[in-house]
Design a binder for this molecule. Structure first.
Ligand SMILES: Cc1cc2nc3c(=O)[nH]c(=O)nc-3n(C[C@H](O)[C@H](O)[C@H](O)COP(=O)(O)O)c2cc1C
Length: 412
């Protein structure tokens, strides 16, 4: 099942050593990629790491029941490449014992951190008491955090997956994935990986003060706060004042606070960091079709460390590069998506085409493709309609180096 190899790009090494976890080693403000179910899969994260370079990356959330009911899905969702490090696995559920077991699996897969989702508003998640519903059951939330932490600790102290009664075939697959991925040998030195929570500012009203007291009592490495309540879903605006209040409460606690919600560009990141004093931010929807956004992250750090106002230059991305990365992403998805169909790539294709001239027609075509060859055909037809010339010869594509020439003239 797992006879394929993720790109062997050099990673940044295992980042937990001594008393410092990877969170503490990142220059502030931390600018990371937010988890998005159905979006931030292994291909999206690979492309974002390669062409943008967030400070930290999260997987899509994974149900803690998955190892026991849908192990193939779990393996697919917890695939990553070394280039993504530091990479954090995000899990959700409502049963502390399951968090204990899955924490072992996450450690065995060599993740740099474990994050618990306490922010998902979706009915299928919250109706069962998971995700953002945990804001209403703080005792259960704390029990879950404690179980996950105990799982990380016991794994570090030598407990094996076999000790937990996990199917040996499943354990063997984890070992195989680790070997195929390359990178540091997992299990040789077992690090105590940091635990974090991503949540919202309330359930049906803002309760950030009480909720922060609950979470801070658990000495988490980091808390990400999306500035909306569960009831808001994605409506209205993220409340950055509430995030700022959380920062004040967390001061000197040792727990980092990351803000999240509605950040549209790096200037907004600068502004929000200045206003609230957050230790960092996670970017979600703005990264769709836009892995390059992270290229400006060092400008943000420099601007914030100087008295100068934030003048951030967004990276210029030519249409040639946009389409080259679109094809690279498609190829990676086709090769690594396992049981996902190419249909899952369509939304990404549309996002990449958002700013192109005549984008509406191109997007309409992209959301109908089922194979990479059709993507190529669409781009060729698009070029033809605009009188441009492409060179998209199949051999070049096969070598992972799809080129679209004469691009300079596209924008003129
Ligand atoms: C399609 C989609 C899927 C999401 N899936 C997750 C998830 O799996 N885990 C999580 O913690 N948040 C998830 N979120 C929330 C985002 O991580 C983020 O908190 C939210 O989109 C607000 O940030 P933004 O305005 O930068 O997008 C998801 C959001 C979207 C739009």
């Amino acid at each position: 099942m797992l006879l394929f190899l993720f790109e062997g790009v050099l990673g940044r090494g295992t980042l937990t050593d001594g008393n410092m976890n990877f969170w503490q080693k990142i220059d502030k403000p931390i600018i990371g990629l937010s988890p998005m179910d159905g979006v931030t899969d292994a291909s999206f994260r690979f492309i974002t790491a390669k062409h943008g370079g967030p400070d930290v990356t999260f997987t899509e959330f994974v149900n803690v029941e998955a190892p026991f009911h849908a192990p193939h899905t779990l393996m697919r969702d917890l695939m990553y490449s070394e280039i993504e490090r530091p990479v954090v696995a995000q899990i959700y559920g409502h049963t502390p014992e399951m968090f204990y077991k899955v924490a072992h699996i996450v450690c065995a897969l060599g993740f740099d951190g474990l994050d618990i989702n306490m922010g998902c508003p979706a009915k299928k998640v919250a109706a069962k008491g998971s995700g953002a519903a945990l804001i209403r059951t703080p005792e259960l939330a704390r029990a879950i955090i404690q179980s996950a932490r105990q799982g990380i600790q016991d794994w570090r102290d030598g407990q094996t997956l076999a000790d937990l009664g996990i199917d040996p075939e499943f354990s063997a697959e984890i070992g195989l994935i680790n070997r195929l991925r390359g990178g540091p040998e997992i299990g040789a030195a077992r690090p105590l990986i940091p635990l974090s929570v991503k949540t919202r500012v309330g359930y049906d009203r803002i309760v950030v003060e009480e909720w922060m007291e609950t979470l801070l009592a658990e000495n988490l490495a980091a808390i990400t706060l999306h500035g909306r309540t569960l009831q808001q879903g994605y409506k209205g605006n993220a409340d950055w004042d509430a995030i700022g209040r959380a920062v004040a409460i967390a001061k000197n606690s040792g727990t980092l606070i990351l803000g999240n919600g509605d950040l549209k560009d790096m200037e907004a990141v600068c502004r929000r960091v200045r206003e609230t004093g957050v230790d960092g931010v996670l970017l979600g929807r703005v990264t769709q079709g836009n892995p390059w956004i992270f290229r400006a992250k060092d400008q943000v750090k420099q601007a914030l460390n100087s008295a100068a106002g934030p003048t951030i230059h967004s990276p210029f991305v030519s249409l040639e590069e946009r389409f080259r990365v679109l094809l690279e992403h498609s190829r990676h998805f086709e090769k690594h998506s396992m049981i996902r169909s190419f249909v899952g790539m369509r939304k990404h294709l549309a996002w990449y085409c958002y700013d192109s001239p005549g984008a509406a027609e191109l997007r309409a075509q992209m959301v109908r493709v089922s194979r990479i060859e059709e993507v190529v055909q669409c781009l060729m037809a698009y070029a033809g309609s605009l009188g441009w010339q492409f060179e998209l010869a199949e051999p070049a594509l096969r070598e992972h180096d799809a080129r679209i020439t004469n691009a300079a003239s596209w924008l003129s």
